[in-house]
Ligand binder design. Structure first.
Ligand code: 4AD
Length: 502
């Protein structure tokens, strides 16, 4: 194995030089005298041009029959070629096949979601999953950079815990040496204790919710970053979170333009994501939901869906026509894949058409006091081109630890941040109840085991100060940035309600 492999991302520095690349066959178009082999090495794609005249006949023949995902090394001269995938090309003079990949299960034809999830260990190699993974890497790096460069101390909060931070109904119980315990739903409560030591802290790790809801926004294991700050108020928290999210968008636009383009993300829309974001109180959001604006919004949306349905029907018709006349196998496969995608899209639009009147009714009949559900958040978020804060929710709809508003005891000083264009909530945060008696009453009202919360109450017994923080879900943020419809695509090995695939 050559120890001097060049990575495809570094070809730009090696134009005119003889280099060796190591990777996997992305696709291969064999001809009688020349083979066009696109190699993928994890850092990019490169078209390798293998001319029969430049290598032995035996090797040419072996390469000609190489199937997708076979591994090999190729040696040749690097050339700049704007027309080539990746912008560079390799004029091959030698190659070494490492492991042919016969009957690779994932073909250019589209596959169902279940099949791809079962084959996630292989599907991770696909271009789309790779692009999302690269953006996730940038996002996580930018999250750490933001807090590390703004005076926050990282505190790793426990995964095994004894107290519930969020809804008791979404706890994953574990048997901890005969004692009941559960997987963490939030690091927040422990983080509050660390705030009283460091002033500004954050935790970042896997978070678990036994959510039965099988939606595009829910995973049972997701990653959440949670900052917590002492001596802050709600306005300060909103400002912190909008600067934070704007910094994440900037980092992704700077580092992952090509990946965003490949994924078809809305780059122009992302460029607009600068602070300040929009601010609405919960009461204002309810007024919007129950207004004529929402009725009109749904009517326009329904028309849009119907137009999209018509154009998809036309597209399916023409793809069917084309595939009947196509004579090359690769062309037939490509058309078959497009057809499956178009049919899946049609199915989704039909569901949207069916749901539109139901969601419209839910919205216009919305009663003050309930939590905003996913579909209501979607409406508010679709009406805005930048993230929207919804603040001051009814206390009864929110977690016990949220700070009661001093002017109106029925509401709390909290906020959700909704990503625009229908993506919905990516952040939940609040000021925390710092008054001992009020917090005690809330814990009792929830009928939590008081014994477990004594240490949390201590934070209000000994030097309590105004403090607050928020949690941002990595997968939801990534889904918004990449335009991915389902957050299961935004983590390497997704965990959802039904079963663990691999
Ligand atoms: O609004 P949540 O439940 O807030 C908390 O957990 C607070 N304790 C955070 C804090 O103030 N420190 O969750 C915060 C974010 C949501 O906005 C969402 O992005 C993500 O976590 N999230 C989920 N992501 C994927 N799947 C789920 N089941 C999620 N539940 C929450």
């Amino acid at each position: 194995m050559p120890d001097n492999l060049t990575r495809i991302c570094n070809l730009k520095d090696n134009v005119g030089k003889i280099v060796t690349l190591g990777g996997w066959v992305y696709h291969c178009r064999p001809g009688g005298k020349v083979i066009f082999l696109v190699l993928r090495d994890g850092s990019g794609l490169c078209q390798c041009v293998i001319e029969k005249a430049n290598i032995t006949e035996e090797l040419f023949d072996q390469l000609k029959h190489l199937s997708t995902e076979s591994s090999l090394t190729v040696t040749g001269t690097a050339k700049k070629d704007a027309r080539s995938t990746g912008g560079y090309e390799l004029a091959v003079t030698d190659a070494k096949i490492l492991c042919p990949s016969k009957d690779y299960p994932i073909t250019p034809k589209s596959h169902g979601t279940d099949f791809l999830l079962k084959n996630r260990h292989l599907h991770l190699r696909s271009q789309k999953t790779w692009c999302i993974g690269r953006i996730r890497h940038t996002l996580i790096d930018a999250i750490r950079t933001f807090f590390n460069s703004n005076g926050f101390t990282l505190v790793d909060t426990p995964i095994l815990t004894g107290i519930a931070g969020e809804e008791a109904g979404s706890l994953f119980e574990v048997d901890y040496f005969g004692q009941p315990a559960h997987l963490t739903q939030t690091g927040q409560l422990h983080l509050e204790s660390a705030t009283m030591s460091f002033g500004k802290v954050y935790c970042f790790g896997p978070t678990f919710r036994a959510e039965k809801s099988k939606t595009r926004r829910h995973l049972t294991e997701f990653w959440m970053v949670e900052p917590e700050v002492a001596f802050i108020d709600l306005d300060g928290l909103l400002e912190l979170s909008e600067n934070f999210v704007a910094s994440l968008v900037t980092a992704v636009l700077k580092n992952n333009r090509a990946e965003l383009q490949t994924l078809g993300a809305d780059i122009e829309a992302l460029k607009k994501i600068t602070a300040p974001f929009y601010r609405l109180t919960y009461t204002e959001a309810v007024d919007i939901l129950t207004s004529k604006k929402t009725v009109d919004f749904f009517a326009t949306q329904l028309e849009d869906f119907k137009t999209q349905k018509q154009s998809l029907l036309k597209k399916i018709d023409s793809l069917q026509g084309e595939s009947e006349t196509a004579n090359k196998q690769w062309k037939k496969d490509k058309l078959a894949a497009e057809l499956i995608d178009a049919r899946a899209e049609l199915g989704e639009i039909e569901i949207k058409i069916e749901n539109n009147p139901k969601h419209a009714e839910l919205a216009v009949n919305f009663q003050w006091g309930k939590d905003l559900g996913g579909s209501n958040e979607t409406i508010i978020s679709m009406m805005h081109d930048k993230p929207v804060f919804v603040t001051h929710y009814p206390a009864a709809a929110k977690a016990f630890y949220m700070k009661q508003n001093l002017d109106n005891a029925d509401i709390v000083n909290n906020f959700d941040m909704l990503a625009p264009a229908g993506f919905g909530e990516i952040i939940g945060g609040s000021m925390r109840e710092d008054d001992y008696e009020k917090l005690l009453n809330k814990i009792n009202a929830q009928e939590y085991d008081l014994e477990n919360y004594q240490w949390y109450l201590d934070l209000r017994r000994y030097g309590s100060v105004p403090h607050g923080g928020f949690g941002l879900g990595v997968e939801r943020t990534l889904a918004w940035l990449t335009g991915e419809k389902h957050i299961r695509q935004c983590i390497a090995f997704p965990r959802m309600t039904d079963k663990i695939m691999i």
